[in-house]
Structure formats: C-alpha cells, structure tokens
Ligand binder design. Sequence first.
Ligand code: MEV
Length: 311
Amino acid sequence: KKPGIGESHAKVILLGEHAVVYGQPAIALPLPDLAMTVKIEPREAGQIILAQAYRGPLEAMAEVYEGIRQLIIRLLQYFDEPNMPFTMSITSNIPQERGMGSSAATAIAIVRGFFDYFNKKLSKQALQRWASIEESITHGSPSGLDTATVANDQAIWFIKGKQPEKINMSLDATLIIADTGIQGQTGLAVSVVREHLLNEPQSAQHHIDKIGEIAKHTRTAISENNVLKLGQFMNKAQKHLSALGISHPKLDELISAAREAGALGAKLTGGGVGGTMIALTQNAEQTTHVLTALEAAGAQEVWTQTYSHNN
Ligand code: MEV
C-alpha cells in the first residue's frame, strides 16, 4: 500500500490576534516557504516521529502532544482501523511555539495524510473541523484562526465561527518575520487577556474593539496598496496588544529596532509573550536595513515574504 502524504505550511497573523477570540476580525497570511510534510506508512511496531521533537509509540506521547495523540486516535476510529500498525513521520522547517501555527500545521498535515492514506476526499470545512480537535486540546478555546489560515493557501479575513474570506495581497511590500528566541505560549497569552477582561473589563474591551477597528482599516489599506497606512495600522495595533499585557521586553526591543531601521510598521504576531514579531518594508534597501537591525538586536531567526502588486 502506498504511503499517505499530507502537507501544510506555517502562517503569520498580520492583524487581529487575540481580539479575534472575542469576535473581532483578523487578517492572516500563509507562509508557503515554511512547510511540513506528514508521511504515513503501514508498519508493524510502528512509531510516531515528530521532526526533532518526538520519536516513539502513539501510547507514550507526552502530555504536550496530547492534542496530536487524540487527533490520531479519532482518525483511526473514523477509518475503522483503531489498531492499525503504522509509522507516521513528520518533516518540517516550521519553528515550534513561535506563533507561526506549527501546531495547527501539524494537525492539518496529519488529517490530510490519513485521508490520503485511506484515499478519501476531504472538504475544507471537514479539514478545519478535524484540525480543531487538536487545537482545542492544545490551546483551550482557540478562535479557529490558525487552522483556517493553515488550511488555506491564500491570505484570509477571518471572523470566529464564519468561513474565512480570501484577501488579495496585491501590494508592493515585504513582511519580515523575526523570532525573539523566547518560547511564546499561546494558551498562556490567551489567559492573560482573559484576566485583563475580568479585572479591567472596560479598558480591556476598549483595546479589543480598537484592534477590530484597525483590522477593518487594514483590509482597506491592503486593497488600495497603501503600504504606508498598513504600517501605521500595525504600529497602532501593537499599542493595544501591549496594553493587553501580551508583549514582552524582547518583542519590544525587536519592534523598536525595526522601526528605527526604517520599517513602516512593526508589531508582535500570534500569541505574543515571546514568539515572533513582524515588520513591514517597502523596498529591498529598507528590507536589508531592517534585517540587519533585527539581527543586531538579537533576533534568533528571520524570514521574509514579499508581495507584489502584479500578482
Ligand atoms: C494565536 O495564533 C492567535 C490567537 O488570537 C489565539 C486564537 O486566535 O485562538 C492569540
């Protein structure tokens, strides 16, 4: 029998993280260069190989992988093969715990891998529903933004509980993504915002509403190829995210370094409290300056994604 193959890619949230949990819209982008492949092969005494992270039997997967374990168990039940011996191996260049959607990407690739193995068709809605099994165990009550972005090959406009809308990223800009090197924990960050809402409901709600408003303006700025405006909106969103308590000194440092080097905008992306930040530039020279500044400020790794009006 031929192996089952499932692929997926990383994502980055351009605007709207956290507020999206409370019903505000968000814009998220796929990062096709950071990809993951799952291979499922029938094999006696098979094992699960999660890139560099884990190698061993399904039963012994540690607590951190409980979401993945449960997803696999339910998929096997669904295909009426609860005791099927197999080896599942994942190769990936998506960094983990960096707000780049590695857990959603893992879930999406696994679901695709099993459906491919059993030669069954899979709709996008079903794919997202399956992946949400893993996400809700790993992240508590996620908005679904990560799975929706990873399941789509295009930029999306996302509102919790609705089908995502595609966004055309036809603007002349480069997005730089930089890793603080500090493990960002989405679940923890989401609970920081929840605490804020409990303790200071008025101010927290104000920041959440503002982020939603900025997301709407950002969508317009993108459709008008207004890169300057987009940068300003990113800066504004960062203020509100910071006020919600989910920035981090290292994030602030990289954000300042990027802005000082000429970035049009910079903010944290994803869960925050560590993890990654994004910066916006308009031409190659600016991009080089910002990349140099980010590395000098201690960014552990940087990636770029360039968009063009002609695409
Ligand atoms: C994490 O990538 C995005 C958050 O908004 C959480 C979520 O949407 O579930 C922080």
